[in-house]
Design a protein. Structure first.
Length: 165
């Protein structure tokens, strides 16, 4: 599997994980095996580990969906700036000309798309590590506290973003 394919599969898994988090543990293991084309075995996760995985995987997936939303919104606003927000381009970034404002908004909205995809792919790898730790009882210990901190930060960021719109 090439690097680009792995990144895209990880990003897809991050977004797919919201639905998968509520599936039976056998389905979760099968999805991990198919998405990453790697062996993955359940090792008696039990009801507590399954519940913790459900909560953390769903929360990380919500952060991934919010990042995808912000990515799409930034790209659309950057590409279609003259149609969406060009009413006051004299005072916007890149102004006072429409061409300058459009160029700056395009550069800030559409050009970072690969970075957004890498961020979402990183969340997909965190989802994989959570599944390995909680359902497969293998892998490092760090995914659980990282997921908790990430979710708390995601909630704080969402609240801040909501209050600024």
């Amino acid at each position: 599997m090439g690097k680009l394919e792995r990144v895209l599969r990880s990003a897809y898994f991050a977004l797919l994980s919201l639905q998968v988090a509520f599936a039976p543990t056998g389905v979760r293991a099968r999805v991990v095996r198919r998405m990453f084309r790697a062996p993955f075995e359940l090792r008696e996760p039990g009801p507590v580990r399954s519940a913790v995985h459900t909560v953390l995987a769903a929360a990380v997936a919500m952060v991934a969906w919010f990042a995808a939303f912000l990515m799409i919104m930034a790209a659309v606003r950057g590409i279609f700036y003259p149609l969406i927000a060009a009413h006051d381009y004299q005072h916007s970034w890149g102004g006072p000309t429409l061409a300058g404002a459009w160029a700056v908004h395009f550069a800030g909205g559409a050009l970072p798309l690969p970075l957004w995809v890498l961020l979402i792919a990183g969340l997909g790898l965190l989802e994989l590590r959570l599944a390995q730790r909680l359902l497969g009882r293998t892998g490092p210990w760090w995914p659980v506290p990282v997921a908790v901190v990430l979710c708390a930060g995601g909630i704080a960021f969402f609240i801040a973003w909501w209050h600024q719109i």
